[in-house]
Ligand binder design. Structure first.
Ligand code: ADP
Length: 231
């Protein structure tokens, strides 16, 4: 009975989400379509053409990330879970976010222990890290320092992502992970939803400490697999 109810709940969440998802994807498509229509005009200047073309690309990228995030949320069980070193995956995520960090004048500092072994899906874990790093960077519009600390404890791998950015009120923290909740122009409001979901599927948990004007710390605790000291 309980199982059945949980199943129904999940179906409701997914279909509600599909409805708002359809709505959200329509916005960038409408905007891109508008720009394309302008681009069709023969007398448009070179500058405007370049500007509108890059705006079309931006809107298409946005639609694409909404699709990616939705799929990551809807089908986490279909992905291969394997033993991975979170350190290597964090470094991989950092590599892809580095140009963006530079652009935003954010310096990234890492302290990562070796052998942060967890079981996870590689791509999904990297995707979560990128979301969290990107959020930290975007919380510091004037630039700053993002710290990423990874430690191995007796039963879990701990990952702290610390920014000194705008911070959040308790109400804003509460809304984190709600589909399409975003305070950003270019945000999809799906990053945290996906991140909570993926970390939950590997039985990890996420704590958020934040203070307005001071910054935010996301603390992830993910069960580790230890082979030592049990016999
Ligand atoms: P998006 O980044 O697309 O807006 P997210 O789900 O990743 O979507 O984040 C939702 C909202 O949570 C953000 O728009 C922002 O208001 C808030 N948020 C997330 N991370 C942070 C952070 N590190 N500092 C301050 N606010 C944050």
């Amino acid at each position: 009975k309980r199982n059945h109810n949980q199943q129904v709940d999940k179906m409701n969440v997914l279909s509600d989400l599909a409805a708002s998802f359809a709505h959200e994807i329509r916005n960038p498509m409408t905007v891109a379509r508008g720009f394309m229509q302008i681009l069709k005009q023969p007398d448009i200047s070179e500058d405007k053409r370049n500007l509108y073309t890059s705006m079309v690309v931006e809107e298409i990228d946005k639609a694409q990330s909404i699709v990616n995030d939705y799929l990551a949320f809807a089908k986490p069980q279909l992905e291969a879970i394997e033993l991975v070193d979170a350190k290597a995956l964090i470094q991989q995520a950092l590599q892809s976010i580095e140009p963006y960090a530079k652009l935003c004048r954010v310096e990234v500092e890492t302290e990562l222990e070796d052998k942060m072994i967890i079981s996870a899906n590689k791509e999904k874990f990297v995707q979560c890290m990128v979301h969290l790093f990107k959020n930290g960077i975007e919380a510091m519009p004037g630039g700053g320092r993002l710290r990423i600390i990874g430690t191995v404890q007796s039963r879990s791998v701990c990952i702290d992502i610390i920014d000194h950015g705008v911070g959040m009120t308790p109400e804003e923290i509460r809304r984190l992970g709600t589909p399409f909740y975003s305070t950003r122009d270019k945000g999809t409001g799906l990053g945290m939803m996906v991140t909570f979901r993926v970390i939950q599927t590997i039985r990890g948990k996420i704590d958020v400490t934040s203070e307005v004007g001071k910054g935010t710390c996301f603390s992830l605790m993910i069960p580790t697999l230890h082979t030592t000291s049990y016999h």
